[in-house]
Design a binder for this molecule. Structure first.
Ligand code: GDP
Ligand code: IMO
Ligand code: MG
Length: 422
């Protein structure tokens, strides 16, 4: 059974936790897109791990974790992450972590170019994570990027980088941002590259062999549907296909290899970075922040919070082909008396059941809510779905009805064990 785990909102739905939970019964975990803009928090056996580029299956022994061809990989960031996770007692061997030779490399100047682009946008900025993701994917599409396999040819890399850095410096100088010397960049990248070089592999061959042998594959999505370059709230999106299809193009496994798609969403909605957020609610944000929840794992920024938006979720279930939902953070709503669920957008008097493409529509979208009684009791100790309060079950049932997909998992706390199977 091969399963894609994909985010249905604006990221941070709890994908990492669900991937970690399912890895126990999985052989190979594969990341297919994004880079270290992702931040996946997993709590297991009392320890908190924050993962950015490492697949969330890395905490388990004897599992293969793949950074696929669709990822953009910052070698320096990856080395720091490996060192940090190893210091937490997790071994990261070449048998356990494989990096595709086709993975594009994020260079230090990509991060500065990310900052330059944001500065140029002023008030219209996207609020990126400044990890160089957009510029690295732009170089890939522009056919001037370098892949891990290219780094094996140092002369080729040096010539290409010298040219690319000259161009980048012209842009950076205009914004008074840091410019780069090719020699320094090469030295920094090769120091990191030497550490990760033993992990390079023809991952397409590896994943196909695993598939043909009937092994269980789990695809870990990064970001979420509304951040997808095609389906998201463009231009307030990231630079890759974060939806289920991205797992195929980002790994080399065909759609025929996929058996199911688990869409992960929170029981409410969050968004970090700029862009439309129809159900955003200041009171709910303040409440969740006061509980110490909803601060970004990558940048530490507070996430905006809002009510559950089933216009977005219905759309996300469609474009991902969701076969089951994993609803996390149900416990975040434990104390609320009355909960709101957005069932449509009122745009100039017409009710829309799917999100609009026209960006001016977003600003005029007024959420249509239905209210539902809260459960006002602690769910964090529930160990089975049946133990959930009746009103919590009613809320989840309504969510499933409105989205057109069955609930498969429910999260009632950040720990690996606080995952209920429906
Ligand atoms: P990801 O990027 O989709 O992997 O999600 P993040 O890890 O960035 O953000 C999800 C946050 O919610 C993290 O702090 C998780 O530890 C936490 N989390 C995940 N599921 C649950 C849950 O069911 N309840 C609670 N309280 N926290 C959860
Ligand atoms: P995970 O995998 C939440 C957001 C940024 C910004 C936009 C573009 O943890 O769910 P980028 O740096 O990608 O160019 O930023 O996308 N963003 C995320 N928001 N979770 C993420 O990843 C995100 N990755 C990028 O905040 O709005
Ligand atoms: Mg995250």
């Amino acid at each position: 059974m091969n399963t894609i785990i994909t985010g249905l909102q604006w990221g941070d739905e709890g994908k990492g936790k669900i991937v970690d939970y399912l890895t126990e019964d999985t052989d190979v975990v594969i990341r297919g897109q994004g880079g270290n803009n992702a931040g996946h928090t997993v709590i297991a056996k009392g320890t908190k791990y924050v993962l950015h580029l490492l697949p969330s299956g890395i905490l388990w022994d004897n599992k293969i974790n793949v950074i696929g061809n669709g990822v953009v990989c910052d070698p320096v960031g990856l080395c720091e992450e490996i060192t940090r996770i190893e210091a937490q007692g997790i071994s990261i061997t070449p048998e356990k972590l494989l990096i595709s030779e086709r993975t594009h490399v994020v260079f230090p100047f990509h991060k500065e170019l990310d900052a330059a682009r944001e500065a140029a946008l002023g008030d219209a900025k996207i609020g990126t994570t400044k990890r160089g993701i957009g510029p690295a994917y732009a170089d890939k599409i522009n056919r001037c990027g370098l892949r891990m396999a290219d780094l094996l040819d140092r002369d080729f890399t040096t010539t290409t980088l010298e040219r690319r850095i000259t161009e980048a410096n012209e842009v950076l100088a205009k914004f008074d941002l840091q410019t780069f010397e090719a020699d320094d960049v090469i030295q920094e990248i090769y120091t990191a590259f030497e550490r990760i070089r033993p992990h390079l592999a023809n991952t397409i061959e590896v994943v196909h062999k695993a598939w043909k042998e009937g092994k269980t594959l789990l695809f870990e999505g990064a970001q979420g549907t509304l951040l997808d370059i095609d389906f998201g709230t463009y231009p307030f999106v990231t630079s890759s296909n974060t939806t289920a299809g991205g797992s195929c193009t980002g790994s080399g496994l065909p759609p025929t290899a996929i058996d199911s798609v688990i869409g992960v969403c929170k029981a409410y909605t969050t968004r970090v970075g700029a862009g439309p957020f129809p159900t955003g609610d200041e009171e709910l944000s303040e409440y969740l922040h006061s509980l110490g929840r909803e601060f970004g794992a990558t940048t530490g920024r507070p996430r905006g919070c809002g009510w559950l938006d089933t216009v977005l979720l219905r759309f996300a279930c469609m474009v991902n082909g969701v076969t089951g939902l994993a609803v996390t953070n149900v416990d975040g709503l434990d104390k609320y008396e009355t909960l709101k669920i957005c069932t449509g957008y009122d745009i100039d008097g017409t009710i829309h059941k799917l999100p609009p493409a026209d960006r001016s529509f977003w600003d005029r979208a007024v959420p249509v809510y239905e209210e539902i009684d809260g459960w006002q009791s602690d769910t964090t100790g529930c160990t089975t779905y049946d133990q959930l309060p009746e009103n919590a079950k009613a809320y989840l049932t309504r969510l499933g009805e409105l989205c057109g997909a069955p609930i498969a998992f429910v999260g009632v706390g950040p720990d690996r064990t606080q995952t209920l199977v429906v």
